[in-house]
Ligand binder design. Structure first.
Ligand SMILES: Nc1nc2c(ncn2[C@@H]2O[C@H](COP(=O)(O)OP(=O)(O)OP(=O)(O)O)[C@@H](O)[C@H]2O)c(=O)[nH]1
Ligand SMILES: [Mg+2]
Length: 375
């Protein structure tokens, strides 16, 4: 779809953030206000919203004008009512400047400007300004109430018109004919389109890290990429997905997603439930992380339990390329656990690798294997 050529007013949530930072930089904010500002920024970073409902309203067209030319020495000047301007459109644009749907918590209605009415002296009304809404890559847009998929934004720069502005009405100058030289007919502007849209963000990553809580997924992503998720020795440390970019060389990278931990019954809502599993659906490779130092459950049982949850959520996930990663080798006391997991993988033809995210053992090999699977 061609990008509109006339001026756009781009609505972006970053303006507020920039203003907040500017306040901090020039030091005009008081200490108390500084404290509040920092809290907001800190809080934003932890919020990850992957669903939103919004309303888009395109501008209505301006009305046509009813006017007659009245000038000295020009008797019966004729009709001179101009046309109304076109209403502004609402566009959606895929951009890397936003990475969640959080900003739709604060603004849900997006209205484009209406066209100005036509004026006398054959002057047309000005067209309404368009509005562009930014969405992150991986956003699917549905039109309600039918939940019809309009578009799946994959690459930055993609633009879609989601509501068209109304046409401007014609002024009476248009309706002059040889038999009716003083028409009093004008058209009203057409209303702009108006829709309820629902948005769903599914992260786009090459590799998805899945496993039980506390398995060491976040430690692993922080070791192989620049992502810095919170790491702690208790379950459900990670509450929202995180993305990390793994650098292979100067030109090649791949993206890894750290998904919050899963437990038995996740598909029924246990633990954090399956609310984040949709983010695994678009990964090309699953890296199944299993803590082999954990004595609570057998590593093979842990593997089967998580695979069962994935299958219940979406059976296609079972067909996905997979790598089984045994972690925490440095603190493993019973080597039998590692051997059992390894022979299970050999039997089922799964790629297997042992690592320690703390000492770094096996991490290079892991990156190499993931690269191989992604080719
Ligand atoms: N010794 C050792 N400890 C590890 C290793 N990997 C992770 N840990 C520790 O295991 C604990 C849990 O690690 P996380 O990376 O937070 O685990 P997670 O899988 O992201 O957990 P959730 O976010 O709850 O799903 C932390 O205390 C880590 O320091 C490892 O290879 N060796
Ligand atoms: Mg974690």
């Amino acid at each position: 779809m061609p990008h509109p050529s006339h001026p756009l007013s781009v609505w972006t949530p970053l303006r507020g953030g920039a203003r907040r930072k500017a306040k901090l930089r020039d030091g005009t904010a008081s200490r108390a206000r500084l404290g509040v500002t920092c809290d907001i920024v800190e809080e934003d970073r932890h919020l990850f919203i992957d669903r939103a409902k919004i309303q888009v309203v395109a501008g209505g067209g301006g009305n046509g004008c009813l006017a007659f030319r009245r000038e000295k020495f020009v008797p019966r000047g004729g009709p001179s009512g101009g046309d109304g301007g076109r209403g502004g459109d609402v566009y959606m644009e895929c951009s890397e400047r936003v990475n969640t749907l959080l900003h739709f918590q604060y603004k849900r209605v997006f209205k484009a400007q209406r066209g100005r009415h036509g004026e006398g002296d054959n002057r047309s009304g000005k067209d309404g300004e368009d509005v562009t809404i930014l969405v992150p890559p991986g956003t699917q847009v549905y039109r309600e109430p039918g939940h019809e998929l309009l578009h799946d934004f994959a690459k930055p720069g993609e633009v879609l018109k989601v509501a068209a502005g109304g046409r401007g009405g014609r002024g009476n100058a248009h309706f002059a004919t040889s038999v009716n030289q003083a028409p009093r007919r004008v058209e009203p502007g057409a209303p702009g389109e108006e829709f309820e849209l629902s948005l769903s963000l599914k992260l786009i990553a090459d590799v998805g890290l899945v496993g039980y809580p506390n398995a060491g997924k976040s430690t692993l992503i922080s070791r192989i990429s620049s992502a810095k998720p919170k790491i702690a020795d208790y379950p459900f440390t990670t509450l929202v997905p995180h993305l990390g970019v793994v650098k292979l060389d100067d030109f090649r990278t791949f993206v890894v997603a750290d998904i919050p931990g899963l437990i038995e019954g996740a598909h029924e809502g246990h633990g954090l439930g399956d609310q984040f599993l949709k983010h695994v659906e678009r990964t090309r490779v699953l890296a199944h992380v299993i803590d082999v130092s954990c004595t609570e459950r057998d590593p093979v049982d842990a593997y089967d339990a998580i695979m069962k949850e994935l299958a219940l959520f979406n059976p296609d996930l079972l067909e996905r390329k997979q790598l089984v990663v045994a972690t925490k080798l440095d603190v493993m006391e019973d080597e039998g656990r590692l051997r059992r997991l390894e022979s299970m993988c050999a039997e089922r033809g799964l790629t297997f690798l042992g690592v320690s995210a703390v000492t770094g053992a096996g991490v290079r090999a892991l990156i190499g294997k993931l690269d191989e699977l992604l080719r």
